[in-house]
Design a protein around this ligand. Structure first.
Ligand code: TYD
Ligand code: MG
Length: 452
């Protein structure tokens, strides 16, 4: 018999290496490479005669199409993030840090769906039935008809969900606990997780049930993360948030059936997650408008405007190398703005520590926040508060010019709705809305902003 050759797989990103190494070349993580059997004992393998192919009929792009049939949960923020509900026959991956609230969200979704007459099976591999029941009681979901199983073996799960019940939606919590008899590797490894997920996706495609897979994001330890299965599923949602805060954000990073830039916002309470339909009010709720270093950014999340406060603290350093610490934003973008401030505006921060924080544990990904950040930095350095009723947005280029951003009108409308009377925005912005009393100030470049 031919000797089976093993591979070395990164448990974080799935990159294949020829030999063991301390650091993965693919994702740069340390201590994530584990030796695995590449076939994982799944059929195939050397020595089996290749099967002769069967030709399939080719077709054209035009022809009958149908809207993807969906199951609506009625939880508006969840339906928004999935692009209008879970799609039948598809697989969705919900990733997130342990303890962020994935099981809570899905238990609420399951209860809401079953109240709407759908058949839901919740398979928990992490908690015993009693624990899941306890959570359901807390969430007021215990009276719903969700069917429950505590199981981790892939073959047993498939047998259970195939057996007569014909579920509309199956929840697997979590993929890291799945293990299959057909794969030789240890539970939690890339091979096991992929084999299990593949089997679940096949079930969804064959039966038309929607499959929801939970995956923990792991920073360290030898458990395969959700990234190794991202390409296999139809949609990927990440549940984010700060443990110290009550807000949770469900962010779509991949969606074959809808937009990818939507977010759902939730608030964690003692009775589970609650929809937050106006996130701006939440993020501005604890505002301290009179302190220097705080600027309100008018951002966009998909089709929805989100106003959020950015806070900067600039203080003389006592260290040789000044500290730069960023929460909720990209640290290399902060470095860029500091460089532009220094090069074009004569604002010297080389002897200052710079701390930057986005309020409420929110994370900004838009470059449009540049102007708000620059304003907060200058305000903190000068020790003077910014006008409390002003919002900022605009991208800053390396030359110091302020570049226009998309959806100006929506940003301004939201700001006006929330009582902001003025805005600083790029000079070249088109599509300015007509307003009542609000003042829009057009900014050409960063020196122009600093001088105001
Ligand atoms: P959980 O859904 O178990 O997280 P995950 O499945 O992502 O690991 O959520 C766990 C946290 O949520 C836990 O710290 C307690 C908190 N929680 C509440 O605050 N309120 C609630 O009603 C529930 C059920 C949990
Ligand atoms: Mg859980």
């Amino acid at each position: 018999m031919a000797k089976t050759k093993t591979q070395f797989l990164c448990q974080n990103c799935g990159t294949v290496h020829n030999r063991w190494a301390g650091k993965c070349d693919g994702c740069g993580e340390w201590n994530t490479i584990v030796e695995e059997d590449p076939m994982g004992g799944i059929g195939g393998g050397p020595g089996r005669a290749p099967k002769k192919g069967r030709a399939v009929a080719l077709t054209t792009l035009s022809g009958e199409t149908e809207e993807a049939p969906r199951v609506f949960t009625g939880i508006s923020e969840l339906d928004r993030a999935t692009g209008g509900g879970f799609v039948r026959g598809s697989a969705v991956l919900i990733g997130g840090d342990p303890g962020i609230g994935k099981s809570t969200l899905l238990m609420q979704a399951a209860a809401a769906l079953s109240r709407r007459g759908h058949r839901i099976i919740y398979v928990s591999g992490e908690e015993a039935v009693a624990q899941v029941r306890l959570r359901a009681q807390r969430l007021g979901a215990a009276d719903s008809d969700v069917l429950l199983a505590a199981e981790t073996n892939v073959e047993d799960i498939l047998a259970t969900i195939s057996e007569g019940k014909r579920p509309d939606l199956v929840i697997i919590d979590s993929i890291q606990t799945l293990w299959s008899d057909t794969a030789d590797s240890a539970p939690g490894t890339v091979t096991q997780v992929r084999t299990g997920v593949q089997a679940m996706i096949r079930f969804a495609k064959q039966t038309g049930a929607a499959m929801v897979l939970v995956g923990h994001v792991t920073k360290e330890g030898q458990i395969a993360g959700p990234r190794v299965v991202e390409h296999m599923v139809d949609a990927v949602l990440y549940f984010e948030g700060d443990r110290g805060h009550h807000y949770r954000i469900l962010r779509t990073v991949k969606n074959r059936f809808g937009p990818t830039d939507e977010i759902g916002v939730f608030e964690m309470s003692d009775k589970g997650l609650r929809d937050v339909s106006n996130p701006s009010e939440l993020f501005l709720g604890e505002r301290n408008a009179k302190s220097p270093g705080a600027a309100v950014f008018a951002g966009m999340e998909g089709t929805r405007p989100v106003l959020v406060e950015v806070q900067a603290l600039v203080a003389a350093t006592s260290l040789g190398t000044p500290r730069r610490a960023v929460v909720g934003w990209d640290s290399s973008r902060l470095a860029m703005i500091l460089a532009v401030l220094e090069a074009h505006c004569g604002v010297k921060l080389g002897n200052h520590d710079v701390y930057l924080n986005v309020a409420g544990g929110y994370r900004i990904s838009e470059p449009a926040a540049d102007m708000a950040i620059a304003s907060a930095l200058v305000s903190s350095l000068a020790g003077a508060a910014l006008p409390p009723d002003c919002v900022f947005f605009g991208e800053i280029s390396l030359s110091g010019a302020v570049r226009p951003v998309s959806q100006t009108a929506q940003r301004l409308k939201e700001a006006e709705k929330l009582g902001f009377a003025s805005a600083m925005l790029p000079a070249t912005s088109a599509e300015l809305p007509k307003t009542g009393n609000a003042r829009w100030t057009m900014i050409e470049d960063l020196p122009d902003l600093v001088s105001r």
